[in-house]
Design a protein around this ligand. Structure first.
Ligand SMILES: NC(=O)c1ccc[n+]([C@@H]2O[C@H](COP(=O)([O-])OP(=O)(O)OC[C@H]3O[C@@H](n4cnc5c(N)ncnc54)[C@H](O)[C@@H]3O)[C@@H](O)[C@H]2O)c1
Length: 376
């Protein structure tokens, strides 16, 4: 493998630690700098990691940085990504790609014009859980896929997150926060979506923080907190979605996929692994051994996957997929408001399947070629 891709992180809050610990075992990427609106937070992480603490402007223009890892809150995703692209950097961001499809399209257009690459979480779908389910479907084990169900219920992240404000502002909510895991999995398993029907509700005007220095404070709720709907895939399959910050518990599977010859239980798409269960017609439930995906993966594998994807080929956790997922989610909310079916205009290829492997690998020198998603 060539020189690793040099990564600078903007936004070192709650989720950053998971990326930092994964990077220690990924030869394809190397952390070189961090930045945050909170300079003291950036300085602390920089000291711990032995890298430079910079301002955001310095980081996006730093000659050593190849890719900006954008771990800011959703409302800042597009702004930070555009600044990084203007600095000539590829970007990989936490989900969602941006708060709105218009902002997300601006990011993809700017990246295309600049000849840089865009990646986006979730990369959990590259792990053995979702990839083993995908291989079973692609191998025809359940026959023609007809339907899927996806259920995410929680009483709300404010119980544990010290700064949960963003979960209850536009760009957050159960759909835009957790939906990317579920919808990205559904597109990975069943292909792109052409239209949606949605319904949504909003039960409380405020939420009370349950942990950290702000415990007991309330945050305003400006989004729907229970969202449900049906996605019509281009293939004809129908996926039923329930995403809720208003539910205490569930015994429903995270995701089930039903085909004419069998049904599959897909593990939590917010995790990289987990058991895939199969029930064939006339049989009973059996657990499938992992047969595809990155083993023992963690947040950050999508960055390494991007770094090892050849120039001109979209990375698996790529911008067009993230855009399609964002458009599907936005269309669901639009449908919930209008009470009508809403068409989804964008299309994306199903990302390339991940063979069973330990790490994203490539013979291509990484730093030695400018990486772009666009064929040259
Ligand atoms: N917390 C989790 O468990 C979790 C899990 C998966 C994904 N995510 C995603 O990760 C992202 C970040 O979530 P988090 O929980 O780490 O949030 P957080 O609020 O804990 O951290 C965000 C950090 O970004 C900084 N920041 C915000 N705007 C900025 C800007 N314009 N420029 C520079 N720095 C800026 C903040 O100061 C903060 O340190 C979100 O998109 C979220 O959906 C979070």
């Amino acid at each position: 493998m060539g020189q690793p891709l040099n990564v600078g992180i903007v936004g070192v809050g709650a989720i950053a630690g998971q990326y930092l610990s994964t990077f220690e075992r990924l030869a394809a990427v190397r952390l070189v700098a961090v930045a945050d609106l909170d300079a003291a937070r950036a300085a602390a992480v920089a000291a711990e990691q032995g890298v430079r603490a910079l301002t955001v402007d310095e980081l996006v223009n730093d000659p050593e940085v190849d890719l900006v890892l954008n771990l800011t809150i959703p409302a800042a995703h597009a702004e930070v990504a555009l600044r990084a692209i203007a600095g000539g950097k590829s970007v990989y961001g936490e989900k969602p790609l941006a708060a709105t499809p218009a902002e997300a399209r601006a990011v993809l257009d700017a990246a295309r014009a600049a000849g840089v690459r865009v990646g986006c979480a979730p990369d959990t779908v590259l792990g053995t859980g979702v990839q083993t389910a995908r291989k079973a479907i692609d191998d025809g084990v359940i026959g023609l896929p007809v339907a899927a169900t996806a259920t995410m219920t929680t009483p709300g992240h404010e119980r544990w997150h010290p700064n949960p404000d963003f979960y209850y502002q536009p760009g957050g909510g159960p759909l835009l926060d957790m939906g990317p895991y579920y919808v990205t999995t559904l597109v990975t398993l069943l292909g792109p979506v052409e239209s949606v029907v949605g319904a949504a509700s909003h039960t409380r005007a405020t939420r009370t923080i349950g942990a950290g220095p702000r415990a007991g404070q309330t945050v305003p709720v400006d989004v729907d907190t229970h969202v449900t709907g049906v996605l019509r895939h281009v293939s004809g399959a129908l996926s039923t979605l329930v995403m809720s910050f208003d539910s205490v518990a569930t015994r429903a599977s995270n995701i089930e996929v039903h085909g004419q010859a069998g049904s599959l239980v897909v593990p939590d798409p917010n995790q990289f692994d987990g058991d895939v269960e199969l029930h064939e017609l006339g049989g009973s439930w059996v657990t499938l051994p992992p047969s595809a995906g990155y083993r023992d993966a963690g947040r950050g594998y999508g960055v390494a996957d991007l770094a090892t994807t050849p120039d001109g080929v979209p990375p698996r956790a790529g911008g067009e997929l993230a855009y399609h997922v964002l458009e599907i989610m936005t269309a669901l909310l639009e449908s919930a408001g209008s009470g009508t079916t809403v068409a989804v205009e964008s299309r994306c290829e199903r990302p390339a399947a991940v063979p069973l492997s330990d790490l994203p690998q490539s013979d291509t020198p990484l730093r030695d070629v400018p990486l772009s998603d666009v064929p040259r």
